[in-house]
Design a protein around this ligand. Structure first.
Ligand code: SER
Length: 583
């Protein structure tokens, strides 16, 4: 079965069981600077898991584009991916364990045709926070899981939470037995020898964890996630996702282009190319910060491995074209953004080629100095400085050192690099945590102020103004919009005054639910109209503003206080950026 067939079967199955099919949220979370990328299907649904009504109802299903970069350095082995697709179904206070387990079992055995002998499941063993999940275990038995195929594990394996705080609960995981021999008599699903592969995770999300501990949520939810690439690989009896049709054409092309044969490098190129393309297609651009830096790393790592295989770097356009052709059935947006993707990747390649040549100059200078002093060892500090300041990869330094007949001491580099990595990893976790915990009071205010600013700019500058991006923290808001020229002082003042006037008018903020067509007909504004499903939530602020939006918002504009524009500047071609605060 091809990946697209598995996806369609999944969505159709859950649709037939009363679920609304909702679109994938973009990889780059909107209005949420605290999260780098969308990392799970539940992430865009957090407000609804916490109790807000979802316009599409209480049973939802979708495929969600996800990027997880914690394991970026593992890519190249036979399983790690940075981009993946998660199929999911949700109950928002609707069905719970029994129906969820029944549907999962039916989907796996009937729709996908997996023999029941190949399935094992794990359930939560229980602890002081939450009892042993005998309910889930008995539902599995009733559904048809074989005796001896149910395992009980503790929080480490069978408890799901995104980060440190947020909605969470015990989960039940389904495993596929690949038929490989057991590594030992004790081999179980929790063993990572490769015999058992986790295929699906159903979280029974009825708790909320904060700094103080666990409490019960308003409702009992189900949140499930099934990795498409892995399922495709297993059903096709392949050893790795790189052997499925998702990656095969690009892997074959690389074999054709390479002069050196290294399978890990081919996997890294194929994997990072797909991730980069998906991120760029959803609006990401390389930079030195956060999301942009992740994208930059992905592209540069891919290029380094093209160098390793001695593939002409100009072939990068061919690889992009081929990958768009191969993946556009799964992701039609790639076709739409074909040219942009190519331009962004080629530009970043050119920049990196320059970096490499600067790094090489610096390397030669240092090596000459050392040689003049009669030394033949490059220390780790220098390797790290080349890496950190010049973006010069240590593998390249090693190669050059060899050519220059120099030895290299990597020990110190490894230490410095580890420190650096821990710092950035801690940063990433921190971000993930923050994003899912909750939307605070200030962020909510800024969210509403964003709608007012959007409306005010339309009045002051003209109806060509549309939102192009937004970024909110507790301290300030940033708003990108389409407009060609610098705003005059007069225009800035008018905009500011208008927003403050509306705040003083104490206008109620209304939340409405309607059909998407209806929303468009009444002129509701939306940044990515295609991302919304058939039923939408619209926020209306008197006759000033009406926008498609998931919220949350304040209930009256008077709560906002006083609005002040701090800065107006160019963001990119045809796009201006305003930074503003509420005080
Ligand atoms: N949120 C859970 C996961 O990421 C189930 O979708 O595994």
């Amino acid at each position: 079965m091809r990946a697209i067939e598995i996806r369609n079967k999944y969505l159709n199955f859950f649709k037939a069981h009363g679920h609304s099919v909702i679109p994938s949220a973009p990889l780059i979370p909107e209005n949420d600077p605290s999260v780098l990328f969308t990392t799970a299907g539940m992430q865009p649904l957090v407000p609804y898991l916490l109790g807000q009504a979802h316009p599409a109802g209480t049973r939802l299903t979708d495929y969600q584009k996800c990027v997880r970069t914690n394991d970026i350095d593992e890519v190249g082995d036979n399983r790690h991916l940075t981009y993946f697709e998660m199929l999911g179904n949700w109950s928002l206070g609707d069905y719970f364990k029994e129906e969820s387990i029944k549907m999962s079992f039916e989907f796996l055995t009937k729709e996908l045709g997996i023999p029941v002998e190949k399935l094992s499941v794990t359930v939560f063993a229980g602890d002081e926070d939450c009892p042993r999940d005998e309910v889930a275990a008995s539902c599995w038995k009733k559904a048809g899981i074989l005796d001896g195929h149910i395992y009980y594990y503790g929080k480490d394996d069978n408890w799901w939470i995104a980060g440190e705080t947020g909605p969470c609960g015990p989960d039940t995981e389904m495993f596929y037995d690949t038929g490989k021999p057991a590594c030992s008599p004790e081999c179980q699903p929790s063993c990572d020898c490769g015999k058992y592969v986790e295929i699906w995770n159903n979280v029974f999300m009825e708790y909320f964890k904060d700094e103080k501990g666990y409490s019960k949520l308003k409702q009992q939810n189900v949140d499930t996630g099934l990795g498409l690439e892995r399922m495709t690989m297993l059903l096709q009896g392949k050893e790795t996702p790189f052997d499925t049709e998702i990656f095969k054409p690009i892997m074959d092309k690389l074999v054709e282009l390479q002069k050196v044969d290294i399978i890990e490098s081919r996997r890294i190129i194929a994997e990072h190319l797909r991730s980069s393309m998906m991120i760029i297609s959803d609006g990401g651009r390389p930079s030195n910060l956060d999301r942009g830096y992740v994208l930059r790393r992905l592209i540069r790592r891919m290029i380094r491995h093209m160098n390793k295989l001695q593939i002409n770097l100009d072939e990068i356009s061919t690889l992009v074209e081929l990958n768009v052709d191969n993946l556009k059935e799964l992701y039609p947006e790639l076709e739409k953004n074909r040219e942009t993707i190519k331009i962004v990747i080629v530009e970043e390649k050119d920049k990196f080629v320059k970096t490499l040549s600067n790094g090489e100059k610096e390397f030669n200078k240092e090596v000459n100095k050392l040689k003049n002093q009669g030394k033949n060892i490059i220390d780790g500090k220098m390797v790290f400085r080349l890496y950190d300041t010049y973006g010069f990869p240590p593998e390249v330094t090693k190669d050059l050192a060899e050519e220059a007949d120099m030895q290299i001491s990597m020990e110190e580099f490894d230490k410095l690099f580890k420190e650096h990595q821990e710092k950035s990893r801690a940063g990433a976790t921190q971000k993930f945590k923050g994003g899912l915990a909750s939307t605070g009071e200030m962020e909510t205010k800024y969210h509403t102020a964003t709608h007012l600013l959007n409306a005010a700019l339309k009045q002051v500058l003209g109806s060509h103004v549309h939102q192009r991006g937004s970024n909110i923290t507790e301290e300030r808001m940033r708003f990108d919009f389409s407009h060609d020229s610098k705003m005059t002082e007069e225009q800035k003042k008018q905009t500011e005054d208008l927003v403050n006037q509306w705040i003083n008018e104490a206008i109620p903020v209304q939340r409405l639910e309607m059909k998407k067509d209806e929303a468009i007909a009444i002129g509701a504004e939306a940044m990515f109209i295609e991302k919304y499903g058939e039923n939408v939530t619209v926020y209306k602020i008197g006759d000033k503003s009406i926008e498609l939006c998931g919220g949350p918002h304040v209930s009256n504009t008077k709560e906002l206080g006083h609005f002040k524009i701090k800065k107006e500047e160019a963001s990119s071609s045809g796009v201006r950026r305003i930074k503003a605060i509420l005080d």
